[in-house]
Design a protein around this ligand. Structure first.
Ligand code: BGC
Length: 763
């Protein structure tokens, strides 16, 4: 009896000792937990960790909506219509699915997680979601302004806050992985995804992307920390003809100078994951590109995170790029090149297993990827806390603080492009009756791409106007919400009613809602061959302007629009991009001067589509021969944005006129508010390498500062510039500061006319 007792005690001690050293023990280092778990996993379980599936509710809806055309294009590889839902549930329970996307409720996330936790080893699922500007693909969430708006705010702290609050809302529905930030450099306005980027400038995009990574992840050790995903690697934002997925033929120099920097910054900020781009680069699809995934990411940048494919892009290596003769071969090429996780589908499991069994992919190669994926699951604490508290959502989402951040972000990100005769801000005394019309006047389209419509919570422009100008009568003429379907009779009606009004207010732009996928004009996969206003919008603007009544135009869109006629004939124009759930309120506040606009364009607005790629940081020879017949200047340059007050820049000085390669110096200007209102200016600092062995851009943004001044107030604004900021890739592609003269410029936009300049020599 005594012996038995001793044996039992020893047994218990041994088992607790053993448990103490297993992956289940949160007190041992993550690295050891990963190795322990890996040893216990079968090949099937490992391959499954590398695969994603679509949320089952999402699947059901999409299957139900598949029409014949869809069935042909979006075949079983996308919505797997021939695979019963019960089968996917069984795979989850079997532990051969590592991750899900397109799950929108805590209920569903918990249900799937419960299945995964019943699997042999109880490895939790990782849920990923496109939380691009807020977790806005889910209902009742705070839809912050789009990324292009964040770019225009030039406000990194606010961008951090948005990401933090987004993470807080994400976890209420069990999402621990955001497919954001999109740190692509938007160089072609025809491309439909411009609105989800932070604009055209590598420095600005890097700064904003870094804040998103830090805001989402923090140290990845708290329950509201989520994984960030820098995407899409790389260069899909300058595709042939501006079309999504189309090839990018781009030199290594341009990749390194323009497209790589925000990815490197994101990675240095700790981004745990990265998504590969749909397109090929110089002939090799990014998804099978060894140079990108192994040489650059792993060797050069020493990045330890995991790489996820984009939606069906491995399949596209075979079906679209045609660089693999079969899906299986595409999987082989991608894994061989360094990819870790497949978004998403049913063929991965069997085909990858065959590849291993055939000896073409080693199990050690599979282990590498699984290690990276498991590391994030352990770091997030998913093994200890796999489920979500379903009551959290009501407390956290769209709470007062988040809604007020969304309002602040909208106020800071709406750009006043033109204000001739200072028609703005409007005064209620001068304009008592206002005609409000245009497709975006009373539409939730203001929320932008990557968002659900949020019902009553969305502040449309009309709603905002009524809120802000209570003594004004707004006569609303409905033009529908989609410019593709405007009707002549509604335009005529607006013209007729305009006669009775004191001012015309037109809210125009594009149409972006995901739920109306086949009717959109702007957003993912909505690339255009011109940049004009769609439909009868120009006609509406022209006819209303012809009434002789003062006319104001507000634009809501993702990509910049070439509104050349309006820029010439309409006295006041506001570019609001997609300002989010509080957008209407913010637009109205700006129209009525309750808020003084402070945003600056994060992207050049081209005069016409022929100005693609007309970026501010072009090379000198790009401007040598101007276009014939049309104006060569952009419609509005990068960094442009007006205020209701006036700022004067003066007294530019450098702390020295010589520096060494590893030195640093200061550039200062005096900024005065010479107008009559308080305002915020974004002071921009540019540099130019005057003569260099390899051609350099005519200017490059290197720093900026938001400065608020009361009327009559002045401030000295100084920037410390380490000579490192003057470095570039020389003839041998070495990162170096070349001796010679550099011009340092500071001012209110990238246009020369707005810049003060001084020279410095690097010895
Ligand atoms: C987009 C990605 C996105 C993914 C999942 C793709 O079509 O390119 O940016 O994360 O879908 O929704």
């Amino acid at each position: 009896m005594k012996k038995l007792l001793i044996l039992i005690i020893i047994g218990l001690m041994l088992s607790s000792l053993l448990r103490a050293q297993t992956y289940k023990n949160p007190n041992i280092p993550v690295k050891d937990r990963v190795e322990d778990l890996l040893k216990r996993m079968t090949l099937d379980e490992k391959i499954g960790q590398m695969n994603q599936f679509l949320g089952l509710e999402y699947l059901k809806t999409n299957r139900a909506n598949l029409d014949k055309g869809d069935a042909k294009n979006k075949n079983e590889n996308v919505f797997y219509p021939h695979t019963p839902i019960s089968q996917i549930e069984a795979w989850t329970k079997q532990g051969i699915i590592g991750s899900y996307l397109m799950v929108f409720t805590a209920g569903e996330a918990n249900r799937l997680q419960r299945l995964a936790m019943q699997s042999r080893l109880g490895i939790p699922l990782l849920f990923g979601i496109d939380a691009i500007h807020g977790n806005a693909m889910c209902d009742n969430m705070t839809t912050y302004p789009s990324n292009i708006n964040a770019g225009c705010s030039f406000d990194p702290e606010l961008t951090y806050k948005i990401a933090r609050e987004t993470a807080e809302e994400m976890v209420t529905v069990g999402m621990r992985w955001a497919f954001n930030p999109n740190v692509e450099i938007a160089r072609d306005a025809r491309w439909g995804r411009v609105g989800e980027t932070f604009g055209e400038d590598p420095y600005l995009v890097s700064v904003m992307g870094e804040q998103i990574v830090k805001g989402l992840q923090r140290n990845l050790d708290q329950p509201t920390d989520v994984l960030a995903c820098v995407k899409h690697f790389v260069a899909g934002s300058q595709p042939l003809n501006g079309k999504n997925v189309s090839p990018a033929d781009i030199s290594e120099r341009t990749l390194r100078e323009i497209f790589f920097p925000p990815f490197k910054t994101g990675i240095d900020a700790g981004a745990a994951t990265l998504m590969v781009a749909h397109n090929e680069v110089n002939g090799i699809p990014c998804h099978t590109n060894k140079w990108l995934m192994q040489e650059i990411l792993r060797k050069e940048w020493e990045w330890p995170g995991f790489i996820v494919s984009d939606w069906m892009d491995l399949e596209h290596v075979w079906e679209v790029h045609k660089t693999a003769p079969s899906m299986k071969e595409a999987f082989f090429q991608a894994i061989n090149a360094g990819l870790d996780m497949h978004m998403q589908g049913i063929h991965w499991q069997d085909m990858v297993k065959e590849l291993v069994q055939e000896g073409r992919i080693s199990e050690e190669r599979i282990n590498q990827s699984v290690r990276r994926i498991l590391t994030t699951k352990f770091e997030l604490g998913l093994f200890e806390h796999p489920y979500t508290d379903e009551t959290l959502r009501a407390k956290v989402c769209q709470n007062e603080q988040h809604m007020s951040t969304a309002l602040k972000a909208a106020r800071e990100s709406i750009v006043l492009l033109k204000n001739e005769g200072e028609i703005l801000p409007l005064s209620e005394n001068n304009y008592r009756k206002i005609l409000v019309t245009g497709v975006n006047a009373n539409s939730q389209n203001i929320l932008g791409d990557w968002s659900n419509w949020m019902g009553d919570k969305t502040s449309t422009v009309l709603k905002g106007l009524k809120e802000v100008a209570k003594n004004t009568e707004f006569i609303f003429v409905d033009q529908g919400i989609n410019p593709l379907y405007m009707k002549e009779e509604n335009i005529n009606r607006a013209v007729e009613l305009s006669r009775k009004c004191d001012l015309n207010l037109i809210i125009a732009g594009e149409y972006m809602p995901r739920h109306d996928w086949n009717n959109r004009t702007d957003g993912e996969n909505l690339d255009r061959s011109d940049l004009n206003l769609v439909g009868l919008q120009d006609e509406l603007i022209k006819k209303l302007q012809a009434t002789g009544k003062p006319t104001v135009l507000v634009l809501i869109n993702g990509r910049p629009l070439s509104t050349e006629w309006a820029a010439e004939h309409i006295p006041a124009i506001i570019e609001a991009f997609a300002p989010g759930i509080q957008g209407g309120q913010a637009i109205a506040e700006i129209l009525y001067g309750r808020v003084n606009p402070s945003a600056k364009l994060a992207i050049t607005i081209p005069r016409n589509v022929g100005q693609t790629v007309k970026v501010y940081n072009e090379k000198p020879a790009a401007a040598f021969h101007p276009f014939t017949l049309t104006d060569d200047s952009p419609l509005y340059p990068f960094g442009h944005g007006l205020s209701y007050t006036k700022f004067k820049y003066s007294n530019m000085r450098l702390s020295t006129n010589k520096t060494s390669k590893d030195g640093k110096f200061e550039a200062s200007i005096d900024l005065s508010n010479t107008g009559t209102r308080e305002g915020t200016e974004v002071v921009q600092l540019y540099i130019r390498d005057c003569y260099s062995n390899v051609s350099r851009p005519v200017k490059e943004l290197k720093d900026f500062r938001r400065v608020s001044l009361k009327p009559g107030e002045s401030q000295t604004v100084s920037f410390t510039i380490p000579a490192e900021k003057l470095a570039y890739y020389n003839e041998n592609m070495e990162w170096t500061v070349e001796p010679g003269e550099f011009e340092i410029m500071a001012g209110s936009s990238s246009a020369d006319i707005n810049l003060l300049k001084k020279s410095i020599t690097v010895k």
